[in-house]
Design a protein around this ligand. Structure first.
Ligand code: FAD
Ligand code: NAI
Length: 464
C-alpha cells in the first residue's frame, strides 16, 4: 500500500471543510486542511453568515431606538445617533473571535493547517503554497463565489457584492439591490434600517424563490411596509457609473419600455456559484457538471475513488449547516462509519425582521405529490408575539392527507429561525401533525404557534 503524508486532506476551511477536518481528526485520522484565506471559517465566518448577522442585529437595535419602538415600551432615549464605525468594529470583532476559535479547534484536535491555495497534481497529490503533500483521501470543500452579472463590474465602492455591502463606510442615500433573494433582503434590511432608501430589482414575479408561495407573498407585503421598494419581473440591462454613483437601466423581464434608476450604491446579489478556481481539477481526473459543480454519490464520493466533495461546491442548497452536516458525514464515511445527511430536512432561514424560515416541502410541491392538509396560525394570535408587539407572520404546517406525516413547516415570526429547529427535528423523527399538536410547548413562547398550526391541520386550534 502506498504511503501518504495524510489520511485526509481537506481543501477549504469553510463550515464544510473545517468540520470535516475536525471530525476526521476526532476519528483518529491524520488530517490536514488547506485554506487560501488568511483566516479559517470560509465564506460563512469571514464574509457571510457571521458578519451579516452582526450587522443585522446591530441595525435592528438601531432601528428599534430610532423608530420610536423602544419609546413605546417606556425606554426613552433622548439623544441617539448612528456610530457606523463602532457597528463595523463589533462585526469585525465577531468575525475575529469566531475565526480564531476555529484555529484553536484545529490545534486542539491536531488538524494541520496548510496555508495557501491548493492545486491538484494528481488524484492523491496536492500542491499548497510551497509544499506538495499526498493524502489517501481528499475532501474538496472549496465553497462558492458570487455569480457575476454579465457586463456589470464589481468595484466594491459603487457596485458591490455581499462582501462590499457588509463594509460600506457610510449609509447610502439610495441602495439598489439586484436580486430579491436571501442576500438582497438581509443586507437590504441592514441599510434600510440605518436610513437608506432601498429598491430591489428582481427578475422573477416574486422575491425569495424556492420558498413557499404564501410565505413569499406575505414577506413581500411585510418588506414593503418596512419601506422597501420592489421592482418585480424586471431585468437590469445596464449599470453605468455616473458622478459618485450609478445609473441602472431596467426593463420588464418580458420585454418593454426601459427606465432608469439612480443609485448611490448597487448591490449585485443574483446568486452564488460553485468555486473550483485554481484547483487544477483536470489533473485529479474529476470533471464538473454543466452548472460547474462537483457531482457526488450518496456517500459524498466523487467519480474518482479517494476524492470526496461537500458543501456549496456540490449540488443542493448553499447553506452553512448543510455544509457542516456533510462535513461530519464525509469524515465518518472515510473512517468506515456510516455518515448520512437527510437532504429532505434541511431548514432554511432568512434573518430579516421578522425572520422567515422553512423546512421540507412548500405547499405547492406537496400538492404536486398528492393530497395534503394544511394548518395555519397567525402570530397575531400568539400571546408572546402579541406581548412583544410582533404581530407580523404566521406558521403553516403541511401534512400528508392520509398518513398525517408532516411534509413541510413554514414560519414568519421574529424568532422563526429558532422555531424551525423543532419542526426539523419532528420531521427527522417522522412526526405527524398530531404528534406536534400533542407535544407540550412552554407558555408563553412563539413556538406555541407551531403547536397551534399543527392543531389547525385537524381544524382544531384553541386560540383562533
Ligand atoms: P465556504 O464557506 O465558501 O468555504 C470554502 C473555503 O475554501 C473558502 O475559505 C476558500 O478560501 C477556500 N478555498 C477555495 N478554493 C481553495 C483552494 N484551491 N485552496 C485552498 N482553499 C480554497 N448560510 C447559512 O446557512 N446561514 C446564513 O446566515 C448565511 N448567510 C450568508 C451570508 C452571506 C453574505 C453569504 C455570502 C453567504 C451566507 N450563507 C449563509 C451561505 C454560507 O456562507 C455557505 O453556504 C457556506 O459558507 C458554505 O460552506 P463551504 O464550506 O461549502 O464553503
Ligand atoms: P438567491 O438565489 O437567494 O437569490 C438571487 C435572486 O436574484 C433570485 O431571486 C433570482 O431570481 C434573482 N436574479 C437572478 N438573476 C437576476 C437578474 N439578472 N436580475 C434580477 N434578479 C436576478 O441568491 P443570493 O441572495 O445571492 O444568495 C446566494 C446564496 O447564499 C443563497 O443560495 C443562499 O443559500 C446563501 N445565503 C444564505 C443565507 C441564509 O441562510 N440566511 C443568507 C445569505 C446567503
Amino acid at each position: 500500500m502506498a504511503d501518504y503524508d495524510f489520511d485526509v486532506l481537506v481543501i477549504g476551511a469553510g463550515p464544510g471543510g473545517y468540520v470535516a477536518a475536525i471530525r476526521a481528526a476526532q476519528l483518529g485520522l491524520k488530517t490536514a486542511c488547506a485554506e487560501a484565506r488568511e483566516t479559517l471559517g470560509g465564506t460563512c465566518l469571514n464574509v457571510g453568515c457571521i458578519p451579516s448577522k452582526a450587522m443585522l442585529h446591530a441595525s435592528e437595535l438601531f432601528q428599534e431606538a430610532a423608530s420610536g419602538a423602544l419609546a413605546k415600551l417606556g425606554v426613552k432615549i433622548d439623544q441617539m445617533s448612528l456610530d457606523l464605525d463602532t457597528m463595523h468594529g463589533q462585526r469585525r470583532d465577531a468575525v475575529n473571535q469566531l475565526t480564531g476559535g476555529i484555529e484553536y479547534l484545529f490545534k486542539k484536535n491536531k488538524v494541520e493547517w496548510l496555508k495557501g491555495r491548493a492545486a491538484f497534481q494528481d488524484a492523491h497529490t496536492v500542491a499548497v503554497g510551497n509544499r506538495t503533500v499526498t493524502a489517501k483521501n481528499i475532501v474538496i470543500a472549496t465553497g462558492s463565489t458570487v455569480t457575476p452579472l454579465p457586463g456589470v463590474e464589481i468595484d466594491q465602492q459603487v457596485v458591490v457584492d455581499s462582501t462590499g455591502a457588509l463594509e460600506l463606510p457610510k449609509v447610502p442615500g439610495h441602495l439598489v439591490v439586484i436580486g430579491g433573494g436571501v442576500i438582497g433582503l438581509e443586507l437590504g434590511s441592514v441599510w434600510r434600517r440605518l436610513g437608506a432608501k432601498v429598491t430591489v430589482v428582481e427578475y422573477l414575479d416574486q422575491v425569495l424563490p424556492g420558498m413557499d408561495g404564501e410565505v413569499r407573498k406575505e414577506a413581500n407585503k411585510i418588506f414593503k411596509k418596512q419601506g422597501f421598494e420592489f421592482k418585480l419581473s424586471t431585468k437590469v440591462t445596464k449599470v453605468e457609473r455616473q458622478g459618485g454613483g450609478a445609473v441602472l437601466t431596467v426593463e420588464p423581464a418580458a420585454g418593454g419600455a426601459a427606465e432608469t434608476i439612480e443609485a448611490d450604491v448597487v448591490l449585485v446579489a443574483i446568486g452564488r456559484r460553485a468555486n473550483t478556481d485554481g484547483l487544477a481539477l483536470d489533473k485529479s481526473g474529476l470533471a464538473l457538471n454543466q452548472r460547474g459543480q462537483i457531482e457526488i454519490d450518496h456517500d459524498f464520493g466523487t467519480q474518482v475513488p479517494g476524492i470526496w466533495a461537500i458543501g456549496d461546491v456540490v449540488p443542493g442548497p448553499m447553506l452553512a449547516h448543510k455544509a457542516e452536516d456533510e462535513g461530519i458525514a464525509v469524515a465518518e464515511n472515510i473512517a468506515g462509519l456510516t455518515g448520512i445527511v437527510n437532504h429532505d430536512v434541511i431548514p432554511g432561514v432568512v434573518y430579516t425582521a421578522p425572520e422567515i424560515a422553512g423546512v421540507g416541502l412548500t405547499e405547492e410541491q406537496a400538492r404536486e405529490r398528492g393530497k395534503v392538509k394544511v394548518g395555519k396560525f397567525p402570530m397575531l394570535a400568539n400571546s408572546r408575539a402579541k406581548t412583544n408587539h410582533e404581530p407580523d407572520g404566521f406558521v403553516k404546517v403541511i401534512a400528508d392527507a392520509d398518513s398525517d406525516r408532516v411534509l413541510g413547516v413554514w414560519c414568519i415570526a421574529s424568532v422563526a429561525g429558532t422555531m424551525i429547529a423543532q419542526a426539523a427535528q419532528a420531521m427527522e423523527f417522522g412526526a405527524t401533525s398530531e404528534d406536534i399538536a400533542y407535544t407540550c410547548h412552554a407558555h408563553p413562547t412563539h413556538s406555541e404557534a407551531i403547536k397551534e398550526a399543527a392543531m389547525a391541520v385537524q381544524g382544531k386550534p384553541i386560540h383562533m
